[in-house]
Write a protein that binds this ligand. Structure first.
Ligand code: AMP
Ligand code: MG
Length: 419
């Protein structure tokens, strides 16, 4: 049996060697880049902020004019954000508002709460009841970013904060790795769709909804071939059709080696297959391989080379869910050039005991309780999807390890595994 780390290292090496997806990048508007992967590093052409500006509403002054603690200065101008003031003469002040450019000659801002405005026939004045230091409340040009600095590395997955940073240096468009094209299908004669009446022996195809949700969160172009009958010819036919225009084919079910499991023989004829037994629970069987791409006229060839990758997930819903998060997600991200594909884990206290060690690396569905510790869902069976809804994440429990109340365990929140 392979360890989780060994299986993942194998997948990531295959993704690193496959450059077609990363090579085919396209420039898209920054406003449409959420969730996408940056193809090329981006540097700033300008300082951020681009000019010295005030952090407060108040008065721009020369600090040397205000040493008395009750200086009375003539207010000679008013500078709202977005407007440029004139040079500040000695003995004068400028009324100024947050974000406005500091006028030449001023070297400090006094916030308005420390000032008293006076208006009379002699004009507008301010009494400054504070002794400012040079630089007070001034945000300096380039304080956040200097012109020429790299702001985003190639392979960065763009979230809201990366988009904001790109926009802050004026980038209207970004070179993006093209979206992965993923085909998915579901094997099992017992499967029915919600909305249909369940015949005896049938179950609903929950994996279709679960896996599609996970894939949509990853931002790929998805083709859903639906439920495929448990026959060799239907499985082969769907594989061939899916390989033509997709980078990756993902299936659910049929990866055991029973008589009704046709994934293995079908992929072996249409390409190559590794059947892995991974020391993971839930999970264990995972099929990884490739399907030859036989093109027809009119197929879109953009960035697709000679084969589609194949990943066959187990049919049990929780196995499918966990296997996707542990293996498929990092593989898909790495195909697009993302380096940090593994989630951060957190050391947390177990408020439960787990007295029976398993030979496999277990990923237990757990919830954070009000005391900041972890509790386990009572039924850890691989068919019980309610555990994934109840839970906040997975405890990564190494093979052979028992857990006592109070032990520290490694916790991976679902939020770090989705999206
Ligand atoms: P299999 O991997 O095909 O041997 O299926 C293992 C178990 O998962 C069986 O109990 C199946 O009925 C169930 N299963 C397979 N596919 C799905 C699916 N798409 N949705 C829900 N359960 C499934
Ligand atoms: Mg089956």
């Amino acid at each position: 049996m392979l360890s989780v780390a060994e299986a993942r290292a194998f997948l990531l090496a295959a993704a690193d060697a496959h450059t077609a997806v990363r090579a085919a990048h396209e420039t898209e508007p920054t406003l449409a880049a959420n969730g996408r992967v940056l193809a090329l590093a981006q540097a700033s052409q300008l300082d951020v902020p681009p000019m010295d500006n005030t952090q407060m509403d108040g008065y721009a002054v020369r600090a040397a004019d205000c040493v008395s603690g009750s200086a009375r200065l003539q207010v000679t101008q008013r500078i709202p954000a977005g407007h440029v003031g004139a040079a500040l003469l000695p003995g004068t002040a400028a009324r100024i508002f947050t974000g406005a450019m500091i006028p030449p000659g001023a070297d400090a801002v006094v916030m308005q709460e420390a000032c008293e405005a006076q208006s009379d026939a002699s004009g507008d004045h301010v009494i400054v009841r504070h002794v400012p230091a040079v630089g007070d409340w001034i945000r300096r040009a380039g304080e956040d970013i200097r012109a020429g600095d790299e702001i985003l590395a190639a392979g960065t997955r763009l979230r809201a904060q990366e988009l904001g940073l790109a926009a802050s240096v004026g980038l209207a468009g970004l070179p993006l790795v093209r979206k992965l094209r993923v085909a998915v299908f579901f094997t099992g004669d017992e499967l029915a769709m919600p909305g249909e009446v369940l015949k005896p022996g049938a179950i609903y195809n929950s994996n279709r909804f679960m896996l599609r949700g996970l894939l949509e969160n990853l931002g790929c172009e998805l083709t859903d071939f639906g439920i495929v009958p448990d026959t060799l010819s239907a499985t082969r036919d769907t594989l061939r059709r899916a390989a033509r225009e997709h980078d990756l084919i993902i299936t659910s079910g049929g990866v055991s080696v029973g008589e009704e499991d046709h994934i293995k023989p079908a992929v072996e004829v249409e390409g190559r297959l590794n059947m892995w037994q991974i020391a993971v629970k839930p999970g264990k069987p995972l099929a990884f391989g490739e399907v030859r791409r036989v093109r027809r006229q009119g197929d879109d060839e953009n960035g697709l080379d000679g084969h589609a990758f194949f990943l066959g997930l187990p049919g049990n819903p929780v196995s499918s869910f966990v296997t996707f998060l542990l293996f498929v997600r990092p593989f898909m991200l790495r195909l697009q050039g993302v380096q940090d594909v593994l989630p951060k884990t957190y050391a947390m206290r177990a408020d439960f005991s787990w007295p029976k060690a398993d030979r496999r690396n277990e990923f237990l569905r757990a919830r954070i309780n009000d005391q900041g510790g972890l509790e386990l869902f009572a039924n850890q069976s691989s068919g019980v999807l309610t555990s994934t809804v109840w839970g906040d994440g997975l405890i990564d429990n190494p093979a052979g390890r028992t857990i006592n109340v109070g032990d520290m365990v490694q916790f991976i929140p679902f939020s770090a595994l989705q999206g």
